[in-house]
Design a binder for this molecule. Structure first.
Ligand code: HPA
Ligand SMILES: [Zn+2]
Length: 344
């Protein structure tokens, strides 16, 4: 029965709304780029690198994540990184993706904004042409850096606003509440950009409230700890905020102790618009379909839950209403193909 539900989930056309491109840098590609660019990594093999992927918390992961991205130097590197990801998610039947990149993580290593975005965007366009995967690009600010640095990065992005759909906020949550960047996000909104903020991954509901009320975010990335505050749950449900939830990430970063503790069913049953995403798949052990497999195996997820998660991935996306309707129709068509299957 679980096998059928997993096959069903895998087969559905879906969107991914929470993916850090730098977190899709697979060990094999990392070593290949290190060699191409004469960058020395502190590991002698991909096996040794993979063995280091054991994280007690978000910061432990971020330390390796920033180290890993040091191999990205040229426009072609950013292209290869992005195109690898698109090739991989095509297998998972992802038909639309909204991806983050972290410009400050590259700027501070002397890599131009143009080098980054030109490589990424060219790959996204090629992915759309070759795989039919539509996309939005989200520029994320590193919250452990200053407000001033975020403003400078936004300035650098001005010539590229036709390529950027929104801005995000990631990196170390602790001690860096959303309100620290309220003015930057207000300026981004005035420029017509959408906003999505990582909040409530490790830090308390207050961070989610700030993301909603002070930053006026359009979506909440993670949001797990919202469940500690009944008023917040009600507010999120009432205003139909999308939460981009990442189960394998939650497990790897010890946000949950084991997958059977994952709150995804509680979120759906409390009417939260949750979606499933991979966050940093090269580091957390899987892409979007692997996240479906993990929750289906560990929890009593139903056919209806799975369908809701996938529908939410389209309704919570930043596609136009027409694009959403077209995607939902494709979904319905695939669901119809399963109409003679008994899942119980
Ligand atoms: O899961 C994450 N949380 C915060 N910052 C990040 N940057 C990449 N991945 C993450
Ligand atoms: Zn994330």
């Amino acid at each position: 029965m679980k096998r059928l539900l997993i096959d069903f989930a895998h087969s559905l056309p879906k969107a991914e709304l929470h993916l850090h491109l730098e977190g899709s840098l697979e060990p094999e590609r990392m070593f290949m780029l290190a060699q191409r660019n004469q960058v020395t990594l502190p590991y002698s093999s991909t096996d040794e690198l993979k063995a280091a992927y054991s994280f007690g918390n978000l910061q432990a992961f971020l330390d390796l994540y920033y180290q890993g991205m040091s191999v990205l130097i040229t426009e072609q590197d950013f292209y290869d990184l992005t195109y690898d990801y698109l090739t991989r998610i095509h297998q998972d039947n992802v038909i639309h993706t909204e991806v983050f990149f972290d410009p400050q993580g590259h700027l501070e290593r002397g890599i131009d904004f143009a080098t980054q975005i030109n490589g990424i965007y060219r790959a996204l366009e090629d992915g759309q042409r070759h795989y039919g995967i539509s996309f939005k690009l989200i520029m994320s600010f590193l919250r452990h850096l200053s407000e001033e640095s975020a403003f400078e990065t936004l300035e650098l992005a001005l010539p590229y606003l036709d390529k950027i759909s929104g801005v995000g906020l990631d990196s170390s949550e602790k001690g860096h509440p959303p309100e620290k960047f309220a003015r930057v996000f207000a300026r981004a909104k005035a420029l017509g950009l959408k906003v999505t903020v990582h909040a409530g991954e490790e830090e308390p509901p207050e961070y989610v409230w700030q993301a909603l009320n002070t930053v006026k975010t359009d979506r909440v990335d993670h949001g797990n700890r919202s469940l500690e505050d009944p008023k917040l749950i009600q507010h999120l449900a009432e205003h139909r905020y999308t939460l981009t939830v990442c189960p394998l990430s939650n497990l790897k970063l010890c946000v949950i102790g084991s997958m059977d503790e994952h709150p995804i069913i509680r979120m759906l049953d409390q009417d939260l618009q949750a979606t499933l995403n991979s966050d940093d798949p090269a580091y957390f052990g899987g892409y979007v379909n692997d996240n479906f497999t993990a929750v289906i195996n560990a929890l009593p997820l139903t056919h209806a839950h799975i369908l809701t998660l996938v529908k939410n991935s389209f309704t919570g996306s930043w596609m136009t209403d027409e694009e959403k309707d077209a995607a939902l129709q494709r979904l319905e068509k695939k669901v119809d193909e399963w109409s003679h299957t008994r899942f119980d």
